[in-house]
Design a binder for this molecule. Sequence first.
Ligand SMILES: [Zn+2]
Length: 856
Amino acid sequence: MKNSLMVLLLSPGLLIAAAHAQDKKGTTVAPAITDTAKKKPASITDKVKSCRKYDGLFTLYQDTANGTVQLYVKKSQLGKEYIYQSFSINGPNQLYLNQSMHRATMIFKIEKAFDKLEFSRVNTRFWYDPHNPVSKTAMVDKPEAVFLVEKTVSEDADGYLISADGLFISEKLDPVKPLLPPGIPPTAIFNLGSLNPAKSRYTTLRSFPNNSDIVVDLAYDNPMPFNSGTTDITDARYVRVRMQHSLIEMPKNDFRARRDDPRVGYFSQMVNDQTSISPVPFKDIIHRWDLKKKDPNAALSEPVEPIVYWIENTTPVEYRQTIIDAGLKWNEAFEKAGFKNAVQMKIMPDDADWDPADIRYNVIRWVSSASPTYGAIGPSFVNPKTGQIIGADITIEWYSGSATPILDELFKSAAATGNLQLPGLDAQHEAYCSLANELKSQFLTGSTVLDASNASTADLVEMHKQFLTYLIMHEMGHTLGLNHNMKSSQMLSPAEVNNTELTHKIGLIGSVMDYPAINIALDRSKQGDYYTTKAGPYDLWAIEYGYTPFNEGEEVAGLKNIIARSTDPKLAFGNDGDDMRAPGKAMDPRVNINELTSDAIGYAEDRFKIVNQVMGKLVQKYTKEGQSYAELRTRYGTLLGQRFSMASAVSRYVGGIYIDRSFPEQKSANKPYTPVPLATQKRAIDVLSKYIFAPDAFDADAQVFPYMQPQRRGFTQNVVGDDFKATENILAVQTGSTLSHLLHGATLQRITNSRLYGNQYSVASLMGDLQKGIFNADISTNVNVYRQNLQTYYVRQLVSMVDPKNQQFDDVSKGAALYTLKKIKTQLATAVSTNDETKAHRANLLFLIQNGLEPK
Ligand SMILES: [Zn+2]
């Protein structure tokens, strides 16, 4: 009795216990109790008396009165390694805290130090051959990362009890908030403020033999928010973020890590062999599921455990069959690796008693977000030690209608979010797939073209089905371990892409892991598939590499045989690391998004023609009774976006370098680097000159401008008025990703460097050709407003280059810029005009040139 009374008094937080203690207060024995307490601490049984127990990998005790949680750590668990994975479940989209985002992955361990337990992160980036004496230095120069020390509150023969709040109601495991780099104003991005533990709580605890899930609501307070966020933020001062911490047992199995190869695109763990003297001491391993044959001797066998995907019961009923069919199409690829029915698709019942956030289920989730940021993601999480994929989720963000402001997405969102750093995310999980954004823009273009050509509803339904199939296959590909292949859309020639006999057999593109342009035939009678609807040759081969089982000792040779085929053009591969989305970055123009066919320049030319044709039908098609002109404005934005992405893709051929990833023994006909032929570079400039620089390039658009009225809601007109800013947006098409690439310091330097090994196009010639495209057509006449903006932009860029203070350009580029400015000055002296507008414009050009040429 004495003992129990002592426990009660030592636990003031336990309300029930305290009330009970009142009854025992008849005789005051406090000093004696204190003495006893010093000798013998409270037992675990007493400490958890008012708690509900969650037995599993880690045993959790939750106080039923105040909700606090205690964690029991067995002595046998000390020093062992566990996997930690965090997920966001509900939070601001713009901070990537929305549902099912897979965030931090790490290995941690718990150790005892005096009366405390220490939690630390394990470094998995090194490997040591245990037979090499150097392996004795494994822990040397690898400082420990202890993220939490917690005093034990009680212990028994088997383990220790600690308060878990410091671990779970905190940012110790996952930093949650993105960091703003210095110099970014606090108004630039929505800011959560500070974590308020008093307003935070546990929402769900789940503990199973192999994992424990702790779901918490973390409350953030920001008394003075400078940025009120998007419409999903109810009150910028108070935001609660729901997070799930999952503690996972290291899988106990005979899974063998598979080595990564630069010729095929898997997500990977980078590991350095610290006991090797090789110049390439890399032991990088790929992410893949643990697939084993039921019948190891059969050429084709079902797996012991298939990869099962559940379609969440929130998914619209009419799309479920398409999703099932799309998922099952991956089985063709697994058959190449010797597996039958490796992928299984199931529908989550409406009365399911499990939670889609339960890590034991791979779920294809369907959400409707206030401000979709990614469109769709297909993340998976792995054992960092082996690359074994343990779980995966796919989330499809549904866009409401077609009134989404596409223009804003195209030209503004990248800049607005480009400064975000996401500290909770490991590099391999940072690969957010923005495919659905790109795909949506392409899909809207396709549906606009179909509308304009009076296509039937059935045609539109078919296009949507192909779109959804592609999206699901792509995101599932990520969850199978594959990263992007932005080179695969070049597989077929323009003559082949609409040949459905061929595309149904091998696919429209080499891989579903690309961001292709939607396939639209200029000649509508020739239309084939809009999207590929099957795993392409590259996908089949990549799965064969990642999943074909080998006996130990045969794996090296087996993988070598598979990878030797990488020189087959159908298996071409290049991922985000090489893709040419960002101006100045990367080299191979074939590794890009929003393009199609082996002749991407010709295909782009077709697309420019299609856009100009459709432009003439927009007003008639989207003037609809009973609705505002908001849809018309969106449709127009989509078409402008097509010009933007096509011009961007074409520009990459200038100064481009074809990359061959093959190894020497494959005896490829190409060198690792081959500059793009001169004629191709010149052709790219010609297409840009004709379709985005020429005075008449945007003539077709003017008829739409008087109708470009968005729908007014309340007092939502923005501060600069909501009339369409045609000049600003069209200049963005010309410069945003095109001239900004051609005149980028890195592009110009690459042009000069590649002159040393075969490039025949010089920086001076490029600048001269741009001058022709930007000035010649209207030098003897008046200059329209698009051309005034374009010419001024070009002159300003050249002036900026010759500025001695500008260090972003090499001297070859500076010389060429100076030479071109002088040529433009001479050319302007011959100019003819009849209106003041043109005279004023040219006077400004001469002023800019004069200022640029005069030493400051
Ligand atoms: Zn993707």
